[in-house]
Design a protein. Structure first.
Length: 442
């Protein structure tokens, strides 16, 4: 059986994303780092030299599309396999078919969508056939393959990382959908370019979402004399977002994240929650917001409240686990916590100050006393000579010099008296006083 037929089927009854699925490499939107002229994946597909590989990326960026393109280019038998509906029995059946093909000198490519849904036993079932070359395995996953694919199987596959599509790429795709005969090329559709930008922003890098949203607004558009007109009211009803909150140049994106940061820095939880809601309801990626909160926790709160970083990392994980819109309350918890937490930028200032010295003195040698000496030669060169092990002392302190001579006495971290950092300041002052008193005594 020619399994490439599993990718067949067309017609207006199919959803727009299915009708517009690319058939060739040149029709694929985005992923130029993999499919641009001269790029390795493009050459592999064009030369029909496909080896086992994993496509990793967020939803709607073209993982299954690339499998379709390979199916259209290869002379091998192509088997489309779903990790959602298949078990060990189905895997064994496919492997038997691949073995039969191999005896007749035919290559078999097995595409496994959502391969991360297979358990260890199911993944192990593929391994001997990949090792023998009975099949070429192509997997697609939205999850990190380092954690979700067995190490033995992963080591035999090349991982290609697919990126979320940009707003510009999605707008180009939407324009093609309006003119392509497989899309709305046979209709007269009036939709402003700003609305296409709003749909692209709402889709958040996902081509499937972008095309599905376009199909929804066109089908719900106002029809007059064979012409379809999409209004802002129709668009807002279909996406349930105030899409105008982000402009296509991205300036408002940075304005809003700046407003969120400055509101938290100014200890204004009400303003901070408002700007958070503006971003999320405009279609911003919640994980982007969570990453910015993690940065803020160290840059603007720091050791004044060390738990801020823990809470923000937990908020990121929660957002990753449950997604929109359930994660909004997790991010709100983090934003309010950061807003009312004591503030300190001492860690930020410490690193920036140290960075200036580090960049000017990249060749500054590490003091011999704190170098490791794993070999006899290094010991003969006095590596580690005079090293003082702090745990051997009653105070757990030594006066050993750890900075290069040229930076001796330099201070980068200057704690504030805010929150917990006040206690850190007291502790550091005692440490420095002890070292000054015992300098040269050990």
């Amino acid at each position: 059986m020619d399994q490439q037929l599993s990718f067949g089927g067309s017609g207006a009854s199919q959803p727009l994303p299915a009708r517009l699925r690319p058939r060739t490499i040149d029709e694929v939107v985005g992923q130029q780092h993999l499919l641009g002229e001269g790029m390795v994946l493009r050459r592999i597909i064009q030369q029909d030299m496909v080896s086992s590989m994993i496509f990793w990326g967020p939803p709607g960026v073209g993982k299954t599309t690339l499998a379709h393109v390979i199916a259209n280019h290869t002379r091998a038998t192509f088997i489309d396999f779903s990790a959602v509906t298949s078990g060990i029995k189905e895997i064994r059946g496919v492997m038997q078919q691949a073995e039969d093909n191999r005896r007749f000198g035919e290559k078999t490519i097995v595409f496994v969508d959502e391969i991360h849904r297979f358990n260890k036993a199911q993944q192990d079932a593929f391994l001997p056939f990949v090792e023998r070359g009975s099949i070429v395995l192509i997997g697609a996953t939205t999850e990190n393959p380092s954690f979700e694919v067995n190490a033995a199987l992963l080591s035999r596959c090349r991982v290609f990382v697919l990126q979320a599509l940009s707003v510009e790429e999605l707008v180009g795709l939407l324009k093609r959908a309006l003119t392509d005969p497989r899309g709305f090329g046979g209709q007269q559709v009036d939709i402003a370019e700003e609305m296409l930008g709003a749909i692209a922003t709402f889709a958040n890098g996902d081509a499937r979402t972008a095309l599905g949203t376009l199909e929804m607004v066109v089908l719900n558009g106002r029809r007059e004399g064979g012409r379809v007109t999409v209004t802002e009211e129709i668009l807002e009803q279909c996406v349930n977002r105030r899409s105008l909150l982000y402009d296509k140049n991205g300036e408002e994106h940075y304005n809003l994240i700046s407003a969120l940061h400055k509101s938290m820095r100014n200890s204004d939880p009400d303003a901070a929650v408002y700007w958070l809601a503006r971003m999320l309801e405009a279609g911003e990626d919640p994980l982007y917001v969570a990453r910015r909160l993690i940065r803020f926790a160290s840059e603007d709160v720091g050791l004044a409240d060390p738990r801020a970083l823990e809470l923000c990392v937990a908020a990121y994980q929660a957002s990753h686990f449950i997604g929109m819109s359930e994660c909004t309350v997790n991010l709100t918890q983090a934003v309010v916590y950061l807003s009312v937490a004591p503030k300190s930028n001492a860690l930020y200032r410490a690193y920036e100050s140290a960075k200036k010295d580090a960049m000017k003195m990249l060749a500054e040698p590490v003091p011999l006393v704190i170098r490791n000496a794993p070999t006899r030669l290094m010991k003969d060169l006095h590596y580690g000579e005079g090293y003082q092990y702090a745990h051997d002392t009653e105070e757990k302190l030594t006066d050993m010099q750890c900075l290069p001579d040229s930076l001796l006495g330099r201070e980068y971290y200057t704690p504030t008296t805010q929150g917990v950092e006040g206690r850190v300041k007291e502790r550091l002052e005692k440490i420095k006083a002890w070292k000054e008193k015992h300098h040269g005594a050990q």
